[in-house]
Write a protein that binds this ligand. Structure first.
Ligand SMILES: Cc1cc2nc3c(=O)[nH]c(=O)nc-3n(C[C@H](O)[C@H](O)[C@H](O)COP(=O)(O)O)c2cc1C
Length: 145
């Protein structure tokens, strides 16, 4: 299977996750990791994994614009999403907030089959090993679809 991991990142955290995912699945699939600004074509991709950090309460604009620009092409692909965030003080509303403000803008722009969604807590250029492990397990399961 051809997997394309497409991400953007300001401080490298999301990039670390993207690279860890590649490392995990590349024994079983043909995997490319590409920054959103450098994507040339999605033609060969069967599964597209999109990764974005959250800045100022939303996914990066570059990623949202990418999804809009490639909307038609993505309709024919399997798509999975991961976000990296660091919300601190939303208390019991945190899950609702993540779904409505962080995930929804991505989902709304994807008209194809969404085969997975992953939420990770990251810092500024760093992320806990546990979160990387979570990403590895998630990515591995995506190959079953
Ligand atoms: C200026 C700035 C604004 C941020 N805004 C948010 C936010 O609104 N909500 C949130 O959950 N995390 C926010 N974060 C945390 C980032 O999403 C988190 O640190 C992420 O791991 C950064 O990913 P990156 O290193 O790939 O850019 C912010 C971080 C910075 C530096």
């Amino acid at each position: 299977m051809k997997v394309c991991i497409i991400y953007d990142s300001k401080h490298g955290t999301t990039e670390k996750v993207a690279r860890a995912i590649k490392e995990t699945i590349e024994k079983y699939a043909n995997v490319d990791v590409v920054r959103v600004s450098e994507v040339k074509s999605l033609k060969a991709c069967e599964l597209v994994i999109i990764g974005t950090p959250i800045y100022y309460e939303r996914p990066l604009k570059s990623v949202l614009e990418f999804l809009e620009k490639h909307s038609e092409e993505l309709e024919k692909k399997k798509v999975a999403i991961f976000i990296v965030y660091f919300a601190i003080a939303f208390g019991s509303l945190v899950r609702w907030h993540i779904q409505n403000h962080y995930i929804k803008p991505l989902r709304e722009r994807i008209h194809g089959e969404i085969v997975g969604t992953l939420v990770l807590r990251g810092g500024i250029g760093n992320i806990r090993e546990g979160e990387i492990e979570k990403a590895r397990r998630w990515a591995f399961r995506l190959l079953d679809f």
